[in-house]
Design a protein around this ligand. Sequence first.
Ligand code: TYD
Length: 229
Amino acid sequence: MTTPHATPAKAGLFITFEGIDGAGKSSHIDALAAALRAQGRQVVVTREPGGTPLAEKLRTLLLNDAMDPLTEALLVFAGRRDHLRCVIEPALARGDVVLCDRFTDATFAYQGAGRGFDVRLLSILEHMAQAAPALGGDSIRHPDLTLWFDLPPADAAARLAAARTPDRFESQPEDFFARVAQGYADRAAGAPARFVRLDARQERGAVWAQLAAALAERGHLPAAAGATA
Ligand code: TYD
């Protein structure tokens, strides 16, 4: 029952952050969470691989243990299903904003374009793992908006070399990242309404301004938010 004066509940909003390793996306997630909370939104910040106790265990395996491409793809989607069921779908049902550091576009970019795994099989797994009864019919859950931090692979490699000890993906050669970057470009071309391309070569404040402008255009942040990060 709603009272006549109740504020209508906000619809859930699912935003993903994507880009090759070193593109700088992670540093913007907390800033966006803070900006959205300042607008009165409830925000869940999460990541993939991971996001639940089970999926975090799978993340440790994925980032550290050698395995064949099919095993890798199955583990990625197993973790994603658990994450959707336990965290993402309940949050969206409550009307929260979900900010997720990587999601299925990463699987198509890394396992598909990067490793050369059969993308038709990835699509089948996507349909199995992301079936969303809450959406009705045989719909699958996709992000509402994907912020794609686009950075040339050579720039990303230079940033990573200066930053930290690489994991199993980060230690791949530059041509792997060139394929991953192309994979993201193809995904973006296939879903232009969902993807926002951010020029990640710019310095942090300028990237934030692009991001905040994209959110403001869609009515999720006030127009002035770009100036305050
Ligand atoms: P990443 O966001 O880079 O974590 P961190 O910045 O904390 O190291 O994600 C870890 C790695 O997982 C990254 O190299 C990309 C890879 N990955 C896949 O290969 N497939 C996927 O589906 C996802 C979500 C990530």
